[in-house]
Design a protein around this ligand. Sequence first.
Ligand SMILES: NC(=O)c1ccc[n+]([C@@H]2O[C@H](COP(=O)([O-])OP(=O)(O)OC[C@H]3O[C@@H](n4cnc5c(N)ncnc54)[C@H](O)[C@@H]3O)[C@@H](O)[C@H]2O)c1
Length: 255
Amino acid sequence: MAMLEGKVAIVTGAGSIREGVGNGKAVAVRFAREGARVFAIDRDPDAVAETARMIRDEGGEVVTGVGDVSSKAECDRLVSEANFAFGPPTILHNNVGIGVPGEVTDIDEETWKRAFAVNVDSMLYMCQAAVPGMTEAGGGSIINISTIASQRSFPGLAYGTTKGAVNSFTTNLAGRLARNNIRVNAILPGYIDTPLVAPVWENEQVREANLRQVPMRRFGTAWEIASVAAFLASDEASYVTGVLMPVDGGLLVRL
Ligand SMILES: NC(=O)c1ccc[n+]([C@@H]2O[C@H](COP(=O)([O-])OP(=O)(O)OC[C@H]3O[C@@H](n4cnc5c(N)ncnc54)[C@H](O)[C@@H]3O)[C@@H](O)[C@H]2O)c1
């Protein structure tokens, strides 16, 4: 039997910022391949329509929702739409996250707050909207996308800082929601070759320098993030909660 048969999954940021397959898109497609009915959310209607097309071409079940998950009202509306389409979610995959420029002496207030709104507040709002239904459905799995930059110094101060908050949100929520039979885990991707970061690696020197940092000497793929997400979403991970799981080819443990 497919890993996620009978499950209803919400995936945020299920489109790709450019042509190709990003983390959110790969997760939405993989969840559908595993038998989940997927409610795919993105603020970009064309990007999420492309993900839906890919899922339907493979015979999967998907409904799309368009909106900005940094708004609480939008999250409430989107989760209502998901409930209407498929009933309460048993999987919530919070993939949306952005990097913003700026270091300690030059980042402006608006940019800092925007990073928190998109990377952290969105996860709270999606959980607030989805947890009651998930609880009534008997439980489920929440997966938050963080980054290894939450545990190491990395350019762009707000990015690592907000993702550190995502880690803490994950462990705090895991402790609280365990009694509702809801597991909450985070994935910490390393260098993943997605449309989001591909332009950075068009610079051969940067590409080589980044590759040298990775013990496995290659970048990961969005499908490798999706594999771990499928496991954490499934009943195979039924006793796994509160985990911050790096998926990084050994980047965090290198000498
Ligand atoms: N690629 C990497 O190397 C890497 C490494 C570590 C962590 N990550 C994390 O992976 C996640 C994103 O991966 P991706 O490849 O799917 O990125 P992506 O940039 O392709 O984004 C996916 C989608 O999110 C949508 N989106 C952005 N902000 C939104 C909002 N406020 N509301 C609704 N939709 C919104 C975009 O329209 C886009 O279609 C982020 O959380 C990022 O921090 C990526």
